[in-house]
Design a protein around this ligand. Structure first.
Ligand SMILES: [Zn+2]
Ligand SMILES: [Zn+2]
Length: 1014
């Protein structure tokens, strides 16, 4: 037996087991550390990781983004870039709080306060500790290379101080204010929800709410009333006005009800008036006995004629626009419900009821008073709390805001400098920046960034910018300040800088997007005079990380980020909050390039939900599909479309990965037989190559270049597409056409070429499939860099595109010939006389190869006689042409079109691309025709006796070889073949038969039989 140069490969790889081995090797050999050493001092590529919320184990959703980040960091590392690999965790806010509340069975803010804020804070930190440990473990398993142990945690005191400093700057520029307005509110969480939080996925859900038409009797017009429509009955006790569109016409129905004419066009109307004429009318409110307030008709241009009655019920305490109208028209503002969404005691029989409980009661009450016209249910998209899923209400609240008035334009300018992939996401950011309101930064919660605002009774607002400043101005409590956090910080009053009195902090904490948005400053040491070892490991982060607080020079080196990547939802969240803070602090964007991506759904295209049983835990996916297969799913996905993730697609990918696996396995088997020993030096191919070898080398170079273009434009999908075509060329063209060169004796050039191609391909795919590529690389490269990840990016010359186009044409012709055969029902084993090829001139020099591949005797390059039928591809062409489509359709139908190169056509003045038309060619009698992208083949399907016999010979050979296998004969065993007498005419080809079935003798006698030769 020959020496085994390479480890033999099993038929099918066990991805999870293989990956565990590779992980162990990386760990043992310090592969990642060696990579970083190798690149230290090289050109820099600055990546900043968006923090992942530390309240869960790794889900396959999060693994998508984590993979993309890892892929591009690995690619940049192969290209020699020195990089930062700091991972980040988001550690504060409702995410963490709501989880802990559930765990402890707490149902309200009062419950939390009774439980104790100190104990609650420690519980929250426990969640972060547990989750970050889980996430680090799972990310390692995913193959993500990061500087684990030096992670940033947004609940670090250092991070908090950086936000404080930013807020102080905002205050100094006079952008900070306390607003009093009606805002979206979660009654369960007891806090307002900001505009950008409403942009989070899952916030808007379909929901059926009551639909009510209610009569408001007019005071000075007996027997007449206004009719309004509402889906929130609980807001009726807060009604103060009814709005009409001053420009629209209203009519009095015969039953005395006023409604908009446009809403009731067929109604008989006793009187008509413009809305403007109704302004000032007064009416009796539905709850006048509970709330003593006047009601009147006001004008409002925004009143829509698309739904309801065209008269809108206005309750400024329960709606954003209503509140704005109250400012314009000096309407009273009635706030009916408290923080937990329950009616205040002043609301009589409604006292203590939730908004939901009150709905039915109110409907019954109105019916009893004769004010209800009609009630039913109304299906609509309604916002829910992004954290606890409770339907939101509007409520009056005092919140802290940052004014965007002066920041909007600078932010738009900064965004204009950013390169977004996909491009439309940059446009979305622009739209958001144009339309965003002031940033509501305060939340009435506990486990979050303490807002450093100390409003004094003297009227002065004190804003603290650092811990140092807090210590200097504290009047007491500094000694017990464990962390810059509630409850400890609440026990530290400061001295007012205006009047000298002791003043307390407001109770509110900050929006979590403050924590995440400050990261490009807090982790890079912006304006920090001296490098502080472990200076980031402060407050709650102490003991969890050893991250340093770098100095300002470091910040100068790494800011702005060259690249960041997150899902589309983050446009209004992390991308926005970073941009916001960066524009405040430096006037420019904190990132140069962004890769965004759409949503992940299950393989049927449904949202993934824990309660639907279709959520996939990453650990489950690692065990059942392996990390490489997951990464393939993520990377094959165009970022502008939703990813349908699941085990079904994973199985398909596993099968597809076998093409690569089998190619390497083929090489290993024969190379072992021949004891072929490649050397890393030989990666520079020299010497005489066969034409097919030469082609594969050029093809490999083209693949390297195509993949490079994909990576450089941050589109893994382009890399994957290039890979899939390349592997098909390698396996189904090069290897299949070269098989015999690897047999008996072996052809050194063939081994050398195949080894070269595989090794270069592994290097290209290493960022996407880090495990299987390294596993195979370590097997195939005996004296090289030890890991594919240390091998750098392959340097290749420009490929010979002319040669590649030639073989691409050959493969195209072969594929068309197979297609024509399939339509004729003629199997490939049946030799045919002739194939006529039109429109693939580059293939002309390869007639023999084509003939061999498609099993015909002769290839003729010339015109194919066929009738051409062209139809529009409606789903593609329809949207582009619109009304013009009809003319094009007619021209095509009547044959009035011109054929252009590349499968294009011109008809009715329009140029049609090859994918915009469906082309059919009908061949002459006796010919099967196939056509695509400008090339056409016609297969002569006529059979003569000679061809029929030859076809039978091939059938026989196949049958005998199947029998050999069934009888368990070794591939080298010789046989004696017995054939029945009717097969005798085939024996004209007996040498060929003997040769292909390894027969030493053929006997004619009885049934077909195979017997090992003695
Ligand atoms: Zn909530
Ligand atoms: Zn004061």
């Amino acid at each position: 037996m020959a020496e085994q140069v390479f480890h033999p490969l099993p038929t099918v790889p066990d991805h999870p087991a293989l990956e565990e081995h590779v992980l162990a090797a990386w760990e043992q050999e310090g592969t990642f550390e060696r990579l970083r050493e190798q690149n230290a001092g090289g050109p820099t590529f600055s990546f900043i990781d968006g923090p992942v919320t530390a309240n869960k184990s790794l889900g396959v959703h999060t693994a998508w983004g984590r993979t993309l980040k890892d892929v591009f960091q690995r690619y940049k590392a192969l290209r020699g870039f020195d990089q930062r690999y700091q991972n980040g965790f988001d550690c504060q806010g409702l995410w963490i709080e709501v989880g802990v509340e559930r765990e402890l069975g707490l149902n309200s803010k009062r419950d939390i306060e009774e439980y104790g804020l100190e104990a609650f804070a420690r519980k929250c930190r426990d969640v972060v500790v547990w989750s970050s440990t889980e996430l680090i473990g799972a990310c390692k398993r995913l193959g993500k290379w990061m500087d684990w142990g030096n992670d940033y945690y947004t609940f670090s005191d250092t991070n908090i101080e950086y936000v404080w400093r930013m807020l102080k700057t905002v205050h100094e520029r006079d952008w900070l204010y306390l607003g009093h307005r009606s805002t979206e509110w979660c009654p369960r969480c007891g806090t307002s929800i900001s505009q950008h939080e409403l942009a989070m996925s899952g916030v808007y859900q379909d929901r059926a709410d009551p639909s009510l038409f209610v009569r408001f009797p007019l005071r000075d017009r007996p027997g007449e009333s206004l009719v309004v429509w509402t889906t929130t009955p609980w807001t009726l006790p807060a009604n103060v006005a009814a709005a009409v569109n001053p420009e629209s016409e209203y009519g009095l129905r015969t039953n005395g009800e006023w409604v908009a004419v446009a809403r009731y066009p067929d109604e008989e109307l006793a009187e008509r008036r413009l809305g403007a004429d109704m302004v000032g009318w007064t009416y009796t409110g539905p709850f006048d006995e509970l709330v003593d307030v006047g009601h009147r008709v006001i004008p409002w241009d925004e009143v829509s004629m698309d739904e309801g009655t065209g008269i809108v019920h206005i309750a400024p305490g329960c709606g954003g626009e209503d509140f704005e109208l109250s400012q314009v028209h000096e309407l009273p503002v009635i706030a009916p419900v408290d923080e937990s969404g329950r009616f205040y005691p002043t609301f009589g029989w409604l006292k203590g009821m939730s908004t939901v409980e009150a709905a039915d009661q109110i409907i019954g009450y109105l019916a009893g008073k004769g004010m209800l016209v009609e009630s039913g249910l109304y299906e609509h998209r309604y916002p829910h709390c992004w954290r606890c899923d409770t339907p939101l209400i509007f409520r009056i609240a005092d919140d802290w805001f940052i004014s965007v008035r002066d920041l909007r334009q600078p932010m738009l300018d900064a965004n204009a400098t950013v390169r977004w992939t996909p491009e439309y996401m940059g446009k979305r950011m622009d739209d958001w920046l144009r339309n965003m309101g002031d940033w509501n930064i305060s939340r009435r919660r506990y486990y979050g960034l303490p807002l450093p605002f100390y409003p004094c009774a003297c009227g002065h607002l004190n804003v603290i910018g650092s811990r140092e400043e807090l210590e200097a101005r504290a009047t007491e409590g500094i000694e017990q300040l464990e962390e810059l956090r509630r409850p400890w910080i609440d026990r530290v009053p400061i001295r007012c800088e205006a009047c000298g009195e002791a003043v307390r902090r407001i109770a509110e904490v900050g929006d979590v997007w403050l924590d995440a948005g400050i990261v490009p400053f807090s982790t890079l040491g912006w304006q920090n005079p001296k490098w502080v070892p472990q200076g980031y490991a402060t407050g709650a982060a102490r003991g969890l990380t050893t991250a340093d607080l770098p100095d300002h020079a470091y910040w100068e080196q790494w800011f702005p980020a060259d690249w960041v990547s997150e899902m589309r939802e983050q446009i209004r969240l992390w991308f926005y909050s970073q941009l916001f803070m960066s524009v405040v602090l430096t006037g420019r964007s904190p990132f140069r390039q962004v890769l965004g991506y759409e949503k992940m759904l299950d393989e049927q295209g449904r949202e993934m939900h824990g309660s639907w049983g279709n959520m996939i835990d990453a650990n489950d996916a690692f065990a059942r599909m392996g990390a490489d297969v997951m990464r393939w799913q993520y990377c094959a996905q165009p970022p502008d479309r939703n990813l349908l993730f699941g085990f079904g697609p994973a199985d398909a990918i596993k099968r597809e990965l076998l093409t690569l696996w089998n190619s390497v396995k083929f090489f290993v088997e024969y190379a072992n037989i021949e004891s072929f020993r490649p050397s890393w030096e030989a990666l520079n191919l020299e010497g005489d190559l066969a034409p097919l070898d030469h082609w594969l080398v050029e093809r490999t170079h083209a693949f390297v270049r195509d993949a490079e273009a994909g990576y450089e434009s941050y589109l893994t999908v382009d890399v994957m597409r290039a890979y899939q075509v390349y592997v098909d060329d390698l396996s189904n063209w090069y290897i299949r056409r070269s098989r015999s060169r690897f047999w008996a004796g072996g052809d050194e050039a063939a081994f050398q070429t195949l080894w070269y191609a595989i090794v270069q391909m592994l290097r290209v795919m290493a960022p996407i499939l880090p495990f299987v590529t390294d596993h195979l690389f370590r097997n195939l490269v005996l004296d090289g860099p030890g890991s594919v990840h240390l091998a750098g990016w392959p340097e290749v010359p420009d490929p010979d595109r002319a040669l590649l186009d030639e073989i691409a044409d050959v493969r195209r012709v072969v594929a068309l010939a197979h297609q024509a055969r399939a339509t004729s029902g003629m199997k490939l084993r049946q030799p045919l006389r002739k194939l006529v090829v039109e429109g693939a001139p580059a293939a002309a020099g390869h007639a023999d190869e084509i003939a061999d591949e498609v099993n015909v005797k002769e290839i003729e390059f010339g015109a194919v006689e066929a009738e051409l039928r062209v139809k529009p591809n409606l789903p593609v062409l329809g949207p582009r042409l619109g009304r013009e489509l009809r003319a094009v359709q007619q021209a095509l139908q009547s044959g009035e079109f011109e054929e252009l190169p590349g499968g294009r056509f011109r008809a009715a003045g329009h140029e049609l691309a090859s994918d915009e038309v469906l082309v059919e060619r009908l061949g002459r009698e006796g010919f099967a025709v196939a056509s695509a992208d400008g090339a056409t083949v016609a297969l002569d399907t006529a059979l003569d006796d000679e061809l029929v016999l030859e076809g039978r010979v091939r059938d026989l050979i196949r049958q005998v070889n199947t029998m050999r296998k069934e009888q368990g004969l070794a591939v080298t065993d010789r046989i004696v073949l017995t054939v029945p007498s009717e097969v005798e005419p085939l024996l004209r080809w007996q040498d060929r038969i003997k040769n292909e079935v390894l027969a030493v003798e053929i006997r004619v006698d009885g049934d077909l039989a195979v017997e090992r030769a003695g």
